[in-house]
Ligand binder design. Structure first.
Ligand code: P6P
Length: 344
């Protein structure tokens, strides 16, 4: 017996009109009388890039695009062919949008300047084109993460333009290429989820205004690194082991974050011996995820300060990260007796 519409609605499942991402964004745009449609056009480009990447991710062996590119990216990590392909898809789709001034990618050392403010460049888009791509060979969920910032025409160097605190984000989101392809986005008015209907090639609204549960006894961390974690994190994990918590860790941030956003819990990437300032990138991983989490009622911290308050110094800056359900993040911080407990 299928679930009744009222029961589905009570779960936040969208049972009313069929709304595509395109029409949702135009609905949102209509709320702003002065809107020019340029911002909507960027979201539309991200949606197009996501559909192209989704197809390639779902056919990596058939399309023979698994494996290494044979070069290293700026992070010193071996680039996978799909990293390069996803990056090129996004650059080529977004590059054609006339309102974009600067593009910044995890895969590229420097930001790409497309046009200046006086040439119409109103926005900057930063992205991780295929986060977790090392999981592609085992068919684990991977994702694209993006954030949109306003371009500051008074700043003439591209890095300075994009190094804005997370509080300045205009929009942020991710695409999870998992058992289904979902796009989750916020423009500062709640968090909304769309699922790709490949048959019609549209992202369709499936959940409006996602609210993260305040509690869920699940933590997500790579426990293999525990000996190198700062004391506060080790104390928290001991407490969690004694208080009935479950552990879930996929090792693909977008997949771990999507579970945390939908079900609640806490995701942690603390300082480690190998990454004493954390592994995850502030501008195009931590900040977009933090925007989404805060918009869904959760919290995000570096262990010492609110993640979105950090003033970035460089494009590929890394940060420690603790984010998720507000009570679960509080439970982590409760085990830090001083700021030193959060630092390597
Ligand atoms: P570790 C993937 O390489 C990634 O950047 C994130 O997607 C993921 O959360 C993290 O690294 C996993 O890192 O050190 O646990 O393998």
């Amino acid at each position: 017996m299928p679930e009744s519409a009222p029961k589905q609605a009570a779960r936040g499942v969208v049972t009313d009109n069929l709304v595509s991402l395109q029409s949702f964004i135009l609905e949102e745009e209509a709320r702003y009388p002065g809107a020019t449609g340029e911002f909507s056009w960027i979201i539309s480009a991200i949606s197009l890039a996501a559909k192209i990447i989704a197809y390639k991710v779902r056919h990596v062996r058939l399309q023979n695009v698994l494996g290494e590119q044979g070069e290293e990216n700026i992070q010193g990590e071996s680039q996978l062919r799909m990293d390069v392909i996803a990056n090129e898809v996004i650059m080529r789709v977004l590059g054609g949008r006339s309102s974009i001034a600067v593009l910044g990618s995890e895969e590229d050392q420097e930001p790409t300047i497309l046009r200046r403010g006086h040439e119409g460049g109103k926005y900057c888009v930063l992205f991780d084109p295929l986060d977790g791509s090392s999981n592609l060979d085992t068919a684990v969920g991977v994702g694209t993460i993006f954030t949109i910032l306003r371009n500051d025409p008074t700043i003439h160097d591209a890095v300075g333009t994009v190094c804005q605190p997370g509080t300045q984000q205009v929009a942020a989101g991710y695409v999870l290429y998992g058992s289904s392809t979902v796009l989750v986005i916020t423009t500062g008015r709640g968090v909304h989820m769309f699922e790709l209907d490949a048959a019609i090639g549209s992202f369709m609204l499936v959940k409006r205004d996602i609210r993260m549960p305040a509690r869920n006894k699940v933590y997500s961390v790579n426990e293999a690194y525990t000996p190198g974690f700062p004391a506060g994190y080790r104390r928290y994990l001991e407490w969690a082991h004694e208080n009935g918590y479950s552990s879930r860790y996929i090792g693909s941030m977008v997949a771990d974050m999507h579970r945390t956003l939908v079900n609640g819990g806490v995701f942690l990437y603390p300082p480690t011996k190998k990454h004493p300032t954390g592994k995850l990138r502030l501008l195009y991983e931590a900040n977009p995820m933090s925007f989404l989490v805060e918009q869904a009622g959760g919290t995000s911290t570096t262990g010492t300060v609110r993640t979105m308050d950090v003033k970035p110094r460089e494009l590929h800056e890394r940060t420690p990260l603790v984010l998720g359900s507000k009570d679960e993040v509080a439970a982590v911080l409760a085990h830090f007796r001083s700021p030193a407990d959060a630092m390597a």
